[in-house]
Design a protein around this ligand. Sequence first.
Ligand code: SAM
Length: 223
Amino acid sequence: MHAALGAAATVLNVGAGAGSYEPDGRDVLAVEPSATMLCQRPPGSAPAVCAVAEHLPCADHRFDAALAVLTVHHWRDPATGLAELRRVSRRQVVFTWDVEVMARYWLVGEYLPEIAERERGLANLDAVVRGLSGPDRRVVVKPVPVPWDCSDGFLAAYWRRPQLPGRRRAGGHVRRGGAAVGRGATRSAETGRRPQLRQVAARPPRPPGPGFTGRRLPPGGRD
Ligand SMILES: C[S@@+](CC[C@H](N)C(=O)[O-])C[C@H]1O[C@@H](n2cnc3c(N)ncnc32)[C@H](O)[C@@H]1O
C-alpha cells in the first residue's frame, strides 16, 4: 500500500473504518459514514469526518492520493464514489479482490460456491478498474498475495489453515462480503452432498494453482 501511495504526502482514506490499514508517516484525513466505526478509531488516529464516498466534502485535487481499502463494495453507488476519488485526488489506491480468484480458492470453489456467486454481484476488481479508467488515465492492477499465516481474519487468509474458519465461527457459519453461507446451505461441487465445515477442516489444502504468485514455503514452514 505504501508503494502504491508513492510520494503522496496528503492522503484521503475513504471508508476508513476504525483505521486498521491507515498509512502512517503521511498527512491523512479519514472519511467514514458509520458513527460506530468512528468511535472505534484509537486515540491518536488521523482526524476523521463523517461522510460518504459518493459525496466527499473536499475541493477538487485537494489530496495527493485517495485510498479505499476493502470498502468500495459497501458503497451505495460505487461508480459515483470512484468518480469522487478521482475528483479530489491526483492518484487513487484501491485495495479490493478479484472474485474469479476467490472462486478458485478451494474452500469457495469446492465447498461454498455461493460465496463467489454472491460476490459477482458486488463491486470488486472489475468495477474498480472501470470506475478509475479514462482516456487519459492508466490503471495498474497489482496482485497482493495473502501470506499463509496472515493474522487478519478474512476468509482467504485461511487458504493454508483449513482447520481455523470452522473453529472460529461457532455454528459452522462462514461470513464474507455480506454473504452468509450456513451449514447445509450449499452442496459440494464434487459430491453433490452438503458440506460440513469439520469435513472441510479435515482435508489437507491443495497446493497453490498456476495463478499463484506468492512465495512457496516448505510443508509446515514459517517465515
Ligand atoms: C470492511 S470496512 C473497511 C474499513 C477499513 N477501510 C479497513 O480496511 O479496515 C468497510 C467500511 O466502509 C464503510 N462504508 C460503507 N458505505 C460507505 C460509503 N458509501 N462511503 C464510504 N464508506 C462507506 C463502512 O462504514 C466500513 O467502515
